[in-house]
Write a protein that binds this ligand. Sequence first.
Ligand SMILES: NC(=O)c1ccc[n+]([C@@H]2O[C@H](COP(=O)([O-])OP(=O)(O)OC[C@H]3O[C@@H](n4cnc5c(N)ncnc54)[C@H](OP(=O)(O)O)[C@@H]3O)[C@@H](O)[C@H]2O)c1
Length: 338
Amino acid sequence: MKLYRLQGDNRVDGMALCEEDTPRPKRGQVLVRMRAVSLNYRDLMIAVGRYRLGAEQIKNIVPVSDGAGEVAEIGEDVDRFKVGDRVVNAFVPGLITGQSRPDSLPRLRGAPHDGVLSEYALFEQDDLVTLPPGLSFEDGACMPCAGVTAWNALYCGPKPLLPGQAALVLGTGGVSIFALQLGHAGGAGVIMTSSSDEKLARVQALGAWQGVNYKTHPEWQEEVKRLTAGRGVDVTVENGGPGTLSRSVAATRFGGSVGMIGVLVQGQINPIEVMHQGIILRSILSGSRDMLEDTIRAYDFHKLHPVIDKVFPFAEATAAYHHLEGAAHVGKVVIALD
Ligand SMILES: NC(=O)c1ccc[n+]([C@@H]2O[C@H](COP(=O)([O-])OP(=O)(O)OC[C@H]3O[C@@H](n4cnc5c(N)ncnc54)[C@H](OP(=O)(O)O)[C@@H]3O)[C@@H](O)[C@H]2O)c1
């Protein structure tokens, strides 16, 4: 089988295309013929050496955490799947339900463990879920990290988003567009921020209630307050990071909830701002297999499809990384395998 391996040289272009024996599933394992994988910002950070792991832990790793495909072979005692089933892998191996645990990050695929940018990949049967017929392999490949993170931020905290409430979502990347689609489907008004008016027009066509350009409105939290008649939003999906958190807190209503997700923008925040707003500040580390099933069910039920900006062939995987790096995308970047 063909697969990519990182060389630990902090360069996307240093990724090596290799030929290796196809593995055989052991007891409880499932061999999946991968049909599509999707890139997350994390995959880019890993490839360019800006993730929290050192080069020695990344060297020779098969990149990319999220994918979908069909079951090619099952090991002894596998009872959840059969050959030919269409499946998606969960982002956090071993996390069946609830929030991430101390052992979640060390288990992740795409680093420190081998990922799915490979013609075949092995999974424990408990780390896979069924992909319904209404969703394509490309659709399914987008769900594990980005979809589950958005679902968790909106619906799995102590104060879930309700119909008629307002949500604020930063940027128009993978997680953000999932948050838009899921928030809109749940009956909330979703306010999106972006660096680009063109992207804001696109997200409004996808159902965003309002858009705010954070370049032309550097004090964009004021715009968000204005759009919500001074009240602020009920839930914020904070994809920016420390550099945007202070404004996100200011844009959220007293007692509202801010899901801390992103690490895009460096900066600082004074915790007193959080206290004075009575904010529930919740860190989100993606989520569980149950949340993946809930996310997929919501897309299937509402006949939604993840927004895929561009699909690259397997042979052009490095170009897909560069496309994500360029940040001109809206939604997800996918790599398809024949
Ligand atoms: N905690 C978790 O479990 C978890 C899970 C998934 C992702 N993440 C993190 O969430 C972030 C987004 O991930 P992703 O995969 O969705 O990335 P992505 O698809 O690469 O999206 C990046 C987008 O972020 C927006 N952005 C950049 N700077 C911004 C700023 N100052 N204010 C607002 N938006 C800004 C840009 O949108 P515009 O071009 O529209 O401005 C950009 O296109 C990353 O930091 C990632 O590491 C965390």
